[in-house]
Design a protein. Structure first.
Length: 478
């Protein structure tokens, strides 16, 4: 490695602030520099920037644009630079605009001329595009793992409650009896689709922009396939103009975060409703509730409420990303700097919610008796009664009409469907008889809905076992 540099040499060695170079005779206006700087948020890319630069240096040496010794000094020097920033021994300088110039400036201070050679055949445009894709890929991997942990928690609780009766709702009105296990597995289905979206977005993000230059690639004999493989990408990007200006991968991942947030918001809303005295279906664990500064009795479902609220932020991140890219002429424009903050916010907000979700689900204290009582309302068996008449040969539309008349008659008498007097039944419809009303039992009705995807306990257990097998294949104990 080159000998330590003097302070005077360091000053000469460092790139001009923000990469302005010798083109400008003076510094940028102070207020403009503050607006222009991205270091406060793109410092998240430190490790990705170092990885990309090390791969770039190895490639430059392989094609003999720099020496092997230069490449070794660059790689080792970059590790030192990253360590200094990560340990807090050195602070990012906003005057250098971004993480890229901070890293390069410090590298040149440490190793001199080899550091000056690093930027050969590279622009900050393809550099930041590469860094952001590396960040996107690593974060997608973390989110997928977190989704799987949440699915494990849902699967475990579903297996506990394969036969626990629960009212199913449409329009927030009691509709038909289902099982709690079936209800929980509905959220596991949503998270499974979310998982697929993150993997799919990551697949499209896995192309390497390095070598695209500022917009028109380079005349130097670089090996883009080598750099791409070194960094774990599937291939280099195919068009230099598109590569430096593309932020589709940010928007796609942010959308995946937003839709995941919408799914968890639905769960949050149900937990808020179910934990009210009026429903009484569940209590959130004490670790996921708060009290009141005024009312000593309160047990507020704050975490569920925040799950319900966070999608507003995530949806805003998607809108911001799409708006930044809208109408930009090819290729790179400084506007694209504004794609970073909403992208990071979407990722980090998603981490926050997913980190709490498995423990929240594991700590839910369900009230099966209250659920069973609510599901036992005979009116929830109206559809099952209609289907019973269909099995007796009654056309469905006629069966629907017969049961509708029964419901109206029961309301007029002020009794439940099951308590309509037997002698009234033939007056409502000759097809009705006392034995038919036995299907109004919630447990019997639910057990009868054993079709694939249905809520019958046997079917719920099969689906829970299928999900458990899938998760075990991914390395999780369910």
């Amino acid at each position: 490695m080159s000998p330590p540099m003097s302070e005077q040499d360091k000053t000469k060695a460092a790139p001009k602030a923000g990469g302005r170079g010798a083109r400008f005779g003076g510094a940028m206006d102070e207020a403009a520099a503050a607006l222009n700087s991205s270091v406060e948020f793109d410092k998240r890319l430190l490790r990705d920037d170092v990885r990309g630069s090390q791969a770039h240096a190895r490639m430059l040496a392989a094609v003999r644009l720099i020496s092997e010794d230069d490449a070794k000094q660059i790689v080792a020097g970059l590790d030192q630079v990253a360590g200094e920033f990560e340990r807090g021994e050195r602070k990012m300088d906003p005057a250098l605009e971004d993480v890229h110039m901070n890293v390069e400036s410090r590298l040149i201070e440490l190793i001199g001329d080899p550091g000056r050679r690093l930027h050969t055949a590279r622009s900050r445009n393809d550099q930041v595009a590469t860094d952001m894709r590396l960040y996107a890929l690593s974060q997608a991997t973390v989110i997928v793992a977190a989704l799987d942990k949440a699915r494990v928690a849902l699967c475990r609780r579903a297996r506990e409650h394969t036969a626990t009766l629960l009212p199913g709702y449409t329009h927030l009105q009691r509709a038909q009896a289902v099982t709690l296990g079936h209800h929980l597995l509905a959220y596991a289905e949503m998270l499974g689709r979310d998982r697929g979206r993150f993997l799919d977005a990551a697949r499209r993000a896995a192309e390497c922009p390095l070598g695209s230059g500022a917009l028109a690639a380079t005349s130097l004999p670089i090996d883009r396939e080598k750099t791409s493989a070194d960094l774990g990408f599937t291939a280099p990007t195919r068009n230099s103009l598109d590569a430096v200006s593309d932020r589709d991968f940010c928007a796609e991942l942010a959308f995946a975060c937003a839709l995941l947030g919408v799914h968890l918001s639905r769960l949050g809303e149900e937990l808020v409703l179910w934990s009210t005295t009026e429903f009484g279906f569940v209590r959130l664990g004490e670790g996921h509730c708060s009290g009141s500064s005024l009312m000593p009795q309160k047990r507020n479902p704050d975490i569920a409420e925040l799950m319900r609220a966070k999608p507003g932020r995530l949806i805003g991140d998607v809108v911001a990303l799409l708006t930044v890219s809208k109408g930009l002429a090819l290729a790179y424009n400084k506007d694209l700097q504004e794609s970073q903050e909403p992208f990071y916010d979407a990722i980090e907000t998603t981490h926050l919610v997913l980190d709490v979700l498995p423990r929240l689900v594991a700590g839910l204290e369900f009230n099966p008796e209250r659920m069973k009582e609510a599901a036992g309302d005979p009116a929830l068996g109206a559809t099952d009664l209609a289907e019973h008449l269909v099995r007796d040969g009654v056309p469905f539309r006629k069966a629907h009409e017969i049961v509708g008349k029964l419901v109206r008659h029961a309301e007029q008498l002020g009794v439940s469907l099951r308590d309509v007097p037997e002698h009234d039944l033939p007056q409502i419809a000759p097809e009705l008889h006392e034995a038919a009303l036995q299907v109004l039992s919630a447990s019997r009705a639910v057990a009868g809905r054993a079709v694939f995807g249905g809520p019958a306990p046997a079917q719920v257990m099969r689906e829970a076992q299928r999900l458990a097998s899938e998760l075990k294949g991914l390395g999780y104990e369910v």
